[in-house]
Design a binder for this molecule. Structure first.
Ligand SMILES: Cc1cc2nc3c(=O)[nH]c(=O)nc-3n(C[C@H](O)[C@H](O)[C@H](O)COP(=O)(O)OP(=O)(O)OC[C@H]3O[C@@H](n4cnc5c(N)ncnc54)[C@H](O)[C@@H]3O)c2cc1C
Length: 311
């Protein structure tokens, strides 16, 4: 199937050191370089500027200091420090108090206990500043560990933290019911990684049907749900269900990625829906960028046009 094939192709390319070197050289070089469509910048200052300008148009934000699958505990420690410093700078700049983190960036693939300590350091800094922290969901080898980490944090009474459920995973209904029962804040997404058929639906129609079913469950039983998608059909299904069930527009939020469907972001916000934009930034943007290309191969044409202008 094209969806799965495209994700696989771009996942393989994402492993290429040469491509990464080339992309890193050209992707963010100038104000209009190709990666800037999806990445707010490489520095905190650029991310804060992008966040401020989104907030001025009535959108809210969550900031993501890009990075994943670090290869040493020193890098994981550096990522935790990076987030703690980001929280401080966001507070100073009075930018929305919301960040998104990845557990493999904090060392999950290397040492569970160290990763757990790192998340707690970030959450403690976040609590002190009244920030909310969303733990992004990564690929399926980390689903159990991510949910277990979240549940341990919950048992330790952290409440300024939420999780992500992916509609492409066959297991997700069970996970969502468990998260709803806890009272956890859940972001619902389709899922961005290449996954085997044993773990995940492969066809878009199946992933979409699962998304609609989970959205209904989340809106009915969840706590301030986040419906994260750019798909007009998923958005319409959500609006229709909320209206039928008399769920207020402000009882949940839509979320979209920086640079994708900006038209829809502003239309929904103008119609009274809380809308949060996920603003990724930092030097480690290559894997995130490749996932965005894999979702929509037409984006490659945009990159090629941009590179030929930029060289
Ligand atoms: C706020 C937010 C947070 C996310 N967090 C996670 C996470 O923690 N874990 C995870 O696995 N995934 C995450 N994702 C990614 C998600 O899983 C999907 O891969 C991504 O959102 C594309 O799916 P879609 O729902 O937009 O629907 P699709 O069916 O993929 O796309 C629907 C339409 O949206 C537009 N569109 C979608 N993607 C692109 C693109 N890259 N470029 C241009 N147009 C596009 C196109 O018009 C397309 O026709 C997140 C997404 C959002 C919006």
């Amino acid at each position: 199937m094209l969806d799965a094939a495209s994700k696989s192709f771009f996942a393989v390319l994402a492993g290429s050191a040469t491509l990464k070197r080339l992309a890193s050289r050209y992707g963010m070089r100038r104000g209009n370089s190709f990666a800037r469509r999806f990445i707010a910048g490489e520095t905190v200052a650029e991310a804060l500027a992008a966040a401020k300008s989104l907030e001025q148009t009535g959108l809210s934000v969550t900031l993501d200091l890009l990075g994943e699958s670090v290869s040493s505990l020193a890098e994981a420690d550096q990522a935790a420090r990076g987030y703690i410093s980001l929280i401080e700078k966001m507070r100073e700049a009075q930018v929305g108090k919301n960040i998104s983190i990845k557990l493999t960036q904090l060392g999950l693939a290397l040492d569970d206990a160290v990763a757990f300590d790192n998340v707690r350091r970030v959450l403690d800094a976040a609590s002190a500043g009244d920030f909310f922290v969303r733990i992004d969901m990564e690929n399926s080898p980390y689903t159990d560990a991510t949910l277990a980490t979240f549940e341990s944090l919950w048992r330790l009474n952290y409440r300024n933290v939420g999780v992500v459920i992916q509609s492409y995973l066959r297991r997700s209904e069970k996970d969502l019911r468990r998260m709803n029962a806890l009272g956890a804040r859940v972001r619902l997404v389709k899922g961005a990684y290449r996954e085997p058929a044993t773990a995940a639906f492969q066809r878009k129609t199946e992933v979409d049907a699962s998304y609609v079913a989970l959205m209904r469950l989340l809106l009915s039983e969840g706590t301030y749900p986040a419906i994260a998608t750019h798909d007009p059909a998923m958005i319409e299904a959500t609006r229709t269900f909320a209206a039928q069930q008399k769920i207020a527009k402000t009882a949940f939020e839509f979320q979209m990625l920086y640079g994708i469907r900006r038209d829809l972001q502003t239309t929904l916000a103008a119609d009274g829906h809380p809308m949060r934009v996920y603003v990724p930034f930092g030097t480690e943007w290559f894997p995130y960028f490749m996932r965005r290309l894999g979702e929509r191969p037409a984006n490659v044409a945009f990159v090629v046009r941009n590179v030929s202008k930029d060289r």
